[in-house]
Design a protein around this ligand. Structure first.
Ligand SMILES: [Zn+2]
Length: 174
């Protein structure tokens, strides 16, 4: 690394640590010529990940898009930005393992649901109701039941989602 102060080419690494999820490594360096200390970040470079959608079309994976759907699901829920960021990183790391650099929107959805389920039941069901587009209204109900007993406010939220879900179903099938 070229020293940002004197332009020297030689340095030594004095500290090195990886991020919580291990996706980046932060190195503290010291220039051998002028002893100036600076920090570098290292991260794995991947080929773009392609997502095969339900209708067979392909599009490039977008972290921003994924984050905004996570944020939408967690709107007004007690989920911190930090929790969301770590969830996003875990989802991405899981996806990065696919050798052929290709995944499906379904696989992404399943990972998102796994993460949201741990974070917040309401966010989870919100996302699931949009993403999975439950085949039958009963699937939705059993999913909610599987979550077990919840605080009364959360329970109410889920009932509202279930109601609108049922209304949408009724509209679709005359
Ligand atoms: Zn220097």
């Amino acid at each position: 690394m070229r020293c940002p102060k004197c332009g020297g080419q030689d340095d030594k690494v004095i500290d090195s640590r990886s991020s919580k999820e291990g996706a980046t490594i932060r190195r503290r360096r010291e220039c051998l010529a002028c002893e100036h200390r600076f920090t570098t970040y290292e991260q794995i470079e991947h080929d773009p990940l392609m997502v095969v959608k339900r209708d067979g079309r392909r599009e490039m994976f977008s972290k921003e898009k994924l984050l905004s759907s996570l944020q939408r699901a967690c709107q007004k829920r007690p989920v911190s930005e930090d929790d969301l960021a770590s969830a996003l990183e875990r989802i991405q790391e899981g996806l990065a393992e696919s050798v052929d650099r290709e995944t499906t929107s379904r696989a992404i959805g399943e990972r998102v649901m796994r993460e949201l389920r741990k974070l917040d039941p309401v966010a989870y069901v919100r996302f699931a109701s949009i993403y999975r587009n439950f085949e039958e209204a009963t699937d939705f109900v059993s999913e909610v039941e599987r979550l077990g007993s919840l605080p009364i406010d959360d329970q109410r939220q889920l009932e509202l989602i279930a109601e609108s879900e049922a209304a949408a179903k009724a509209k679709r099938s005359p």
